[in-house]
Design a protein around this ligand. Structure first.
Ligand code: HEM
Length: 126
């Protein structure tokens, strides 16, 4: 498990998350595989998605239960390839933002542990 509060605070809280979100957001929209998932989202919602996503995995103020994650994603038809690409882009952004290897590994492990709630057809367990 992460020691989330520490990590969120350690990297500069909301100011850090905001900068990180903008960078991650650019990467997601530049992805041919990921951009279509957000075609019906307005930009505001997408930025919110990324901010909540990141705060949640870094243990920031917005944390989502796995049940809620499943609820908001199940109709989206997200497949393993899309999930993998999201993880890949996230990992690249973590490197660029100089997150230590240990913290990056913890974040990626946490994200991967949520795969079954995000990817369609794999969400039968809680
Ligand atoms: C562990 C990984 C992920 C987390 C923690 C996460 C987090 C979230 C959260 C918290 C919401 C709800 C936003 C709200 O309050 O309405 C959401 C919505 C959404 N997520 Fe994710 N997400 C993840 C992975 C993905 C992936 C891989 C995709 C697409 C490939 C995706 C696409 C979306 C879309 C399209 C929405 C709806 C946005 C909208 O309402 O316009 N998410 N996500």
């Amino acid at each position: 498990m992460l020691t989330p509060d520490t990590m969120f605070e350690r990297y500069g809280g909301l100011a850090f998350v905001t900068r990180f979100v903008l960078s991650f957001y650019d990467r997601v929209l530049a992805s041919v595989r990921l951009a279509p998932f957000f075609a019906n989202s307005d930009m505001q919602r997408l930025v919110e998605h990324q901010a909540k996503f990141i705060s949640s995995v870094m243990g920031g103020p917005t944390s989502y239960s796995n049940a809620v994650l499943r609820e908001v994603h199940e109709h989206l038809g997200i497949d393993d390839q899309a999930f993998d690409e999201m993880i890949f882009l996230f990992e690249a952004a973590l490197k660029d933002f100089k997150i230590t290897d240990t913290d990056a590994e913890a974040i990626i492990a946490d994200l991967n542990a949520r795969r079954m709630y995000i990817v369609n057809g794999r969400s039968t367990k809680m």
